[in-house]
Design a protein around this ligand. Structure first.
Ligand code: BG6
Length: 483
């Protein structure tokens, strides 16, 4: 693997994301030689840390995520890290940062290549982008920027942020990260759809009755009440992760696997995304909040949450496209906190066919993303000792050995940023379309809130969410496959 020369600046270098995900992933890429002699990382944050202290943190992060490591390697890796105490609103600090980046560029022969990583509170993204531009922080080589989610709070704020970022970076150099696109089974959707005649040939409204996507979480909002109460499940999970999955499931086949072709196919599809009217939102969407239990708080009692909050910790909804291979097929989705279990899965439900045996079970193709990686197809067969049809699953489960080989999503996506592959990142025109959809739902809800009659279903923790979500189906023969 080639050794990419680069100076990486992480805004939010003392944060949780850097510690849990970025430092361990960078170490793995270092071990593979993708970054090696010619790189340095500057971690910035407000805290008054020293270079040495940051290096200790980096080393701790690696030990916490790796069973066995060569201590000399960890030390050598950590020696590439530098810390700069930084107030994102202070112009002077950007001047100092630029000086340090230039010094390190010389010392490590990084060829003027810069990678900026926005890993701090999203409210600072615009300010940072503006200062990068005003203080000319970009280098003379490649300049790339990775932006964490959420990218904006609605379409207007996303457009503003995009303007601030594109002042210094070309669209091709902006990597809007969505960690779901780094997951093994999400990356498996395209090969599954396009290489198997068994699947490809039935991928149409003629055979598919509906598609169901569930992103269920066992955890509540935990310590993130402050952020979450301004976001809610629709913005936190649907705007990004669920829409990325929907797009991969519904897009036409790209002409090849280049990043441009994949994005082109996605954009072609998204033009035909149906944006719901307020009436459709009322009919096809359910929002909910979890109640408390003996040992857990109700959402409204969580720390930093408004006791009168109308923010949803659960949402179920429906969408459709007017073009593409599954035009007209209803796509149902749901996501929520404090579900019975952590489970990310996609169910493709096929239509029944007339047959001489009478009733048969539907064929479903299920892709389980988390916690296990597996694919299973339900099929009908003969009962052994009595007349009739029984249902069996054809299952492919990834073995422990295979799973051990799967890199963490962040490692994969960071790798792609270094090698300049944008395939698994969100293009601006896709993001824009997702926000148009989300805004339509949020606006309808907002009007209900203002009219004083918001319909917010209350649900018991650690079950399957609000029962109202059973009523969003188009026909009485449809129901949630995962129950
Ligand atoms: C994040 C959300 O994007 O995804 C969190 O902000 C959520 O609220 C998380 O918990 C879920 O990710 P995963 O990979 O655990 O399914």
């Amino acid at each position: 693997m080639k050794n990419i020369p680069v100076i990486m600046i992480i805004f939010g270098g003392s944060g949780d994301l850097a510690h849990r995900k970025l430092y361990p992933s960078l170490f793995n890429l270092y071990e593979q030689g993708l970054i090696h002699d010619n790189f340095a990382v500057i971690g910035t944050a407000r805290r008054p840390w020293s270079h040495e202290y940051l290096r200790e943190q980096v080393s701790d992060a690696i030990h916490e995520t790796h069973d066995q490591v060569d201590e000399n390697e960890v030390k050598a890796f950590a020696s590439h890290f530098y810390y700069q105490s930084h107030d994102v609103t202070n112009v002077e600090h950007y001047v100092t940062l630029k000086k340090l980046a230039q010094e390190l560029d010389d010392r490590y022969s990084a060829q003027g290549n810069c990678l900026f990583y926005m890993a701090m509170a999203p409210r600072f993204f615009g300010t940072i982008a503006t200062h990068i531009n005003d203080q000319h922080l970009t280098g003379s080589g490649f300049n790339r920027i990775v932006v964490e989610k959420p990218f904006g709070h609605d379409l207007v704020s996303a457009e503003q942020l995009n303007k601030e970022i594109t002042a210094s970076f070309d669209e091709n150099d902006i990597f809007r990260i969505d960690h779901y696109l780094g997951k093994e089974m999400i990356q498996n959707i395209m090969p599954m759809r396009f290489t198997n005649p068994l699947i490809k040939n039935i991928w149409s409204g003629e055979y598919i009755k509906n598609i169901q996507i569930t992103l269920a979480e066992r955890l509540g909002v935990e310590a993130r009440g402050g952020y979450y109460d301004t976001s809610g499940a629709l913005r936190d999970m649907v705007q990004n992760h669920i829409f990325q999955i929907i797009t991969l499931l519904a897009m036409p086949e790209p002409k090849d696997l280049s990043s441009d072709s994949v994005h082109q196919a996605k954009q072609e599809l998204l033009k035909s995304l149906i944006i719901p009217t307020p009436e459709e939102v009322k009919k096809n969407f359910v929002r909910g909040q979890y109640l408390g239990s003996d040992t857990t708080f109700a959402y409204k009692k969580e720390p930093n949450v408004d006791p009168d909050s109308t923010t949803e910790t659960y949402v179920a909804g429906k969408t459709k496209f007017t073009s593409g291979p599954i035009a007209g097929v209803p796509i149902y989705f749901r996501t929520g906190k404090e579900f019975k279990e952590k489970k990310t899965r996609i169910d493709i439900v096929l239509k029944h066919i007339n047959n001489p045996y009478g009733q048969a079970h539907s064929n479903n193709i299920t892709i389980e993303v988390d916690p296990e990686s597996k694919i299973y197809i339900t099929i009908n067969g003969k009962k052994i000792d009595e007349p009739g049809i029984r249902r069996e699953d054809l299952t492919y489960v990834f073995s422990k050995e295979e799973m051990a080989k799967v890199p963490d999503g962040y490692e994969r996506l960071l790798h792609d940023v270094f090698v300049n592959d944008s395939t698994n990142f969100t293009h601006w025109s896709e993001l824009k379309r997702y926000w148009e959809f989300i805004d339509a739902v949020e606006d309808a809800w907002q009007k209900e809130n203002e009219a004083g009659n918001p319909e917010i279903a209350q649900y018991l923790p650690y079950r399957m969410g609000p029962k109202e979500a059973d009523n969003i189906f188009e026909s009485p023969t449809e129901h949630w496959i995962y129950e």
